[in-house]
Design a protein around this ligand. Sequence first.
Ligand SMILES: NC(=O)c1ccc[n+]([C@@H]2O[C@H](COP(=O)([O-])OP(=O)(O)OC[C@H]3O[C@@H](n4cnc5c(N)ncnc54)[C@H](O)[C@@H]3O)[C@@H](O)[C@H]2O)c1
Length: 279
Amino acid sequence: MSTERSTNSPAAHPWKGRVAFVSGAASGIGFGLARVLASRGVRVAMSDVRREALDSACARLAAEGADVAPFVLDVADRAAFYATADAVEQRFGKVHYVFNNAGVGEVGTPLDQVPDRVFDWVIDVNLRGVFNGIKAFVPKLRRHGEGGHVVNVSSMAALVPDPGWHQGVYAATKMAVTALSLDLRLALAGTGIEVSILYPGLVRTDIAANVGALRPVAYDMPPETPALLAAADMPPETAAEIVLRGMERRAPLIVTHPLMWPVVAQFHDQVRAAFEAAP
Ligand SMILES: NC(=O)c1ccc[n+]([C@@H]2O[C@H](COP(=O)([O-])OP(=O)(O)OC[C@H]3O[C@@H](n4cnc5c(N)ncnc54)[C@H](O)[C@@H]3O)[C@@H](O)[C@H]2O)c1
């Protein structure tokens, strides 16, 4: 019998006793991540911009025996992100896992009609928020030298840029998450800090209601959006389990819905056709 042990096997992954920071943890995928991490013995700093929702999400996991604490934060606020990272370290000690998950989705409005403030808001949360999370935590991970993992949450929207409804602003931010993450992976090569990009398909969350409550201007949710989200069938905890398995195998890219590949491939086919047609 071989005595060789794969460091990629789930049993070898040192989840227990480690510390995670999850943004957008009051709801949906972030809450699912916090819950599944806690079930692996990870201590979780749960963060969200919605104080009451965060407190109740945190209380719910604490009642299940999780070692969790709430940190109210708007990820778009860089100074507040730095202060939060310090506060998390003070409360839990060294942080190993960072999930830049908080995000807002605006789809269904033709690009030329998207209100300017909505454009700025989506960029601030989905793009600046991820950069801020990287800047706030990665120096701390580098400093302690115990290794770690940064997971940045993109979207299937980054891989299917033209699904037939309007999602230009949202997809632009999620494509940008790919670019930031690939560069971060290069920057951290050899440090023991992994970087993964998560591309969720439709996951059953309250994102439509949360976006409605958080958006900076009154603006009716386009009718396509609720219909689209009603089709979401995957529970957040299932998505979170897929993420953790991806982390265990050090996957640079993690997808939740493999059946989406033919749709993604259509765009790749367009790119190939453009190259083939080039003079
Ligand atoms: N649900 C899906 O089908 C789906 C698909 C693809 C990608 N995603 C992405 O997954 C991530 C999580 O989405 P979800 O569906 O769980 O949504 P959700 O609304 O259930 O959870 C997102 C959380 O982020 C918080 N948040 C929003 N703005 C914030 C800010 N400025 N600072 C801090 N927290 C903020 C919200 O309060 C909310 O609790 C997002 O980045 C989203 O774009 C979701």
